[in-house]
Design a protein around this ligand. Sequence first.
Ligand code: PLP
Length: 549
Amino acid sequence: MAVDNRQADASEESLHRIFTVPEAPDSTLGRIEKEISENLNAFLQTHIAAREKPLAEIEKDFLSADIPENPAFVSEHTHFLLDKLVAQSVHTSAPSFIGHMTSALPYFLMPLSKIMIGLNQNLVKIETSKAFTPLERQVLGMLHNLIFNEEEVFYQQWMHSANHSLGAFCSGGTVANITALWVARNNVLKPDGKFRGVAQEGLYRAMKHYGYDDLAILVSERGHYSLKKAADVLGIGRENVISVKTDDNNRICLDELNKTLASLKARNIKPFAIVGVAGTTETGNIDPLDQLADIAQEHGCHFHVDAAWGGATLMSNRYRSLLKGVERADSVTIDAHKQLYVPMGAGMVIFKNPALMTAIEHHAEYILRKGSKDLGSHTLEGSRSGMAMLLFASMNIISRPGYELLINNSIEKAKYFAQLINSHPDFELISEPELCLLTYRYVPEATQRALKIATPAQRERLLDALNDLTKFIQKRQRESGKSFVSRTRITPDKWDRKITTVLRVVLANPLTTDKILQDVLCEQKALAPQSEVSYPEIISLTEKILSER
Ligand SMILES: *Cc1c(COP(=O)(O)O)cnc(C)c1O
């Protein structure tokens, strides 16, 4: 194991050593730290994805289920991590990594994150977090202010109030959405006379008490899958997340929503929550939030806005009107680890009304005593890190106008890319960018003409082959490691709502240049003919269709 005959041992003395603050820069740990930084920097400057090593190969380095009997030196283990883990991870901050909502981070977060790990605060209660608790409450207040823009006195009254909470900081959008719907469920099935509420008595007795046959959550068919998880864990059932049809801009159809509401009511099913999506994960479109707020109000539903990805747009004075109506939501999900450029593991749900969260309040004797300011009394999660600190730091260091620049540039870059796609004869833009996300695909110019005149059967075959080709291009491009776009499947109106595989681009990295975007298209066009099945099929079908005319 150890190259130099030395052998790490599991003695009390060495354990004592690893828990002791190391002395200054020339200590072994100081040296290791420097090496890691240098190695990470090199990685961040060179790779996009590692020279594609098949996952099955990588798995060989992670095969043993044995917990080591012999301890390793930190330096030794660091080399394992650098070789086998870092080198084979994904370079999400590369400027040509434009496929996902996970993107570059500002570099100042590296040193600052040491404060978080170093102090190891636990935000579940004041006794293990002290100043971190008011900091997190302030962060929730700042986000509340960003969304709902209440008066100064509102925040002075509620932000630090022991019996209230403006929201919850959590690990991500999924937990945020679960929390929002948990609150909504507990409020619709709240205590009433002798009935002590669903939180105490459970769903079965709650339904009997209120006399509903079922509950339902309504969201557009572009709703995020986390809503189904929420329905599952809350005992509502995935089937009761009702998908409402979208229009050709991927926004919820209000007529369909009204029809669905009426039909649910006729069947004695209580629609208790309407979810508006502010930035769909697949296409980046925003539901008409103002109208959704009207409908939710009219039907007495909790109005939740899932702005996990798009919520950061509120930082932009130029574009925040795209989310008009969000200020009428009962609750809003925002992920800081998406467009607020904070490391993974930072989600939030914010409630307009500071009293709403009492529906899920939970107390325990040794912690979370009544009247304490412990954040844990209003969160689904128990122990939590001081992650809010990194969002706090980012909002101070970047500031609102800084975020506005990031957001505006991303949206404008997406518009540029859309224009590039539109003006290229061999590409088809599938969804127009509303925020910094768009979908498109490669369709040779002649094939575009052929599609217009094809018989339904020919058209079907061409579209199937195009789906295969899009998948091929996306995989090849990822494997070649220069750039990365993702792919998804949607049902565009233009193609009769047929399931269509599309390339998906998220332009969040400020270092992504126009040149990179041009190169991405060039590479995709060059990759297409390498497909041995779908490409030849498309070409021959195209020729046949065009020659028949
Ligand atoms: C990302 C996302 C989520 C889920 O968030 P996680 O942080 O991945 O748990 C939910 N809704 C939308 C619209 C999202 O984009």
